[in-house]
Design a binder for this molecule. Structure first.
Ligand code: NAD
Length: 366
């Protein structure tokens, strides 16, 4: 375990944290009033633990929380699922402003200690083994991290009185859903990869802890998230790298598979909306998607345009576990979480490519 950043709390919060139990918001800080923050009557300053805070979505979420005035701790094991140097670079700008717990979700005692020490008002749980294809190779690792890890974290929250949880689920729980667009009430009984199964189980664990221990849980089904810092194992990053280097890209299937792509800042808007959500029921599920589905061919064309080079295509057959279409119905998130995705793929891809080129110029191996 490495712990750093505590000495810098005064930069964020010049006075001791003084929140009183707030009836409206349900916070349990012991010694002072919740402070409203700009952004709506239901927004209050909190101490937030972001798991996976060094990752793609986690680092952007941490930055947004800090900019809103929240106090933040992050938990991340900086594993080598992809180059950990990217994760170190992700946290560089804010590492002196947050508590950093370098711990592993798979250790129950560590989760207990982190929650006891951080004393968060809320946990945003983004740490996970992500990725469909690797989950087929190593299902047990996914079960240990995504299922047991989520359980250990909620158990620590129950024990230490933290009652607000935002859980990163995934559009992959819908499997080969025939109904388009995917809505939260659609049955999700037939996942088709270990990854999706672990996310579906995570939602069920949330349901248990909400019912049994009144922990407010908001499960967010993310639909393919992209933007600066995107994981290098995802298609947009892989294709950008290959096109820039003049190498062929592996294209699985004919390019007609469609994905609902969501730009990172839109996703973070939804996460913040979920953090502030106080409605019913105590455990709720929301789709967060970009409300546009883009074919693989269109996505490749957008990268070619941003990079200024043609792709060399290496045609592959379809992959087991890949779903043909993801499409989000985001009506519910728009209503309850103030979620309004605005960034089109033609605006978002150039922002990703700009970050990618900047990282390379700084010598990062991407
Ligand atoms: P990411 O890999 O960049 O971030 C995850 C972070 O969790 C990493 O920094 C990693 O080091 C950390 N982590 C992994 N295992 C850990 C463990 N055992 N202990 C402590 N930390 C651990 O991934 P991301 O794309 O930012 O995804 C964040 C979350 O959103 C994940 O839960 C993922 O399943 C979910 N999600 C992402 C997408 C997407 O398109 N990116 C789509 C659907 C769902």
């Amino acid at each position: 375990m490495r712990f750093s950043g505590a000495a810098h709390f005064h930069v964020l919060l010049p006075h001791p944290v003084v929140f009183l139990g707030c009836k409206n918001h349900g916070l349990r800080r012991k010694n002072g009033p919740c402070r409203p923050i700009p952004g709506g009557p239901s927004s209050f300053l909190m101490k937030v633990l972001v798991t996976g805070g060094a990752g793609f979505i986690g680092s952007h979420t941490t930055e947004r929380l800090l900019s809103l005035g929240h106090e933040v701790a992050i938990l991340d094991c900086f594993n080598d699922y992809y180059n950990p140097a990217i994760k170190r670079a992700n946290v560089r700008a804010f590492q002196d402003k947050v508590q950093i717990f370098e711990d592993d979700l798979r250790e129950a005692a560590a989760m207990d200690r982190v929650v006891a020490e951080a004393k968060p008002d809320a946990v945003i749980h983004l740490a996970a083994r992500a990725g469909v294809r690797p989950s087929i190779e190593a299902p047990e690792l996914y079960i240990d991290t995504n299922i047991k890890g989520t359980f250990y974290l909620l158990e620590a929250m129950r024990k230490h009185g933290c009652q607000r949880f935002v859980f990163a689920s995934s559009s992959s729980v819908y499997g080969v859903n025939k109904k388009i667009p995917f809505a939260e009430e659609d049955p999700i009984l037939q996942t088709i990869s270990p990854y999706a199964m672990t996310k579906m189980t995570g939602e069920q664990i949330c349901s248990n802890y909400a019912q049994l221990y009144a922990i407010r849980c908001v499960c967010l089904r993310f639909f393919t998230v992209y933007g600066p810092r995107q994981r290098p194992d995802l298609a947009i990053s892989k294709f950008t790298r290959a096109i820039l280097d003049g190498k062929p890209i592996d294209k699985y299937g004919e390019g007609h598979t469609r994905r609902d792509y969501t730009f990172i800042s839109d996703i973070v808007d939804g996460i913040i909306g979920a953090l502030n959500f106080n409605g019913d029921p105590l455990c709720s599920i929301y789709n967060l998607g970009g409300s546009q589905n883009v074919s693989l061919n269109e996505m490749i064309a957008a990268i070619e345009q941003a990079v200024g080079k043609q792709a060399i295509i290496n045609q592959m057959s379809e992959q087991p576990g890949d779903v043909p279409l993801t499409s989000a119905d985001v009506t519910k998130a728009m209503r309850d979480l103030n979620f309004k995705p605005t960034t089109h793929i033609d605006q978002g891809i150039p922002k990703f490519v700009e970050w990618f080129l900047q990282m390379r110029a700084e010598g990062a191996v991407l």
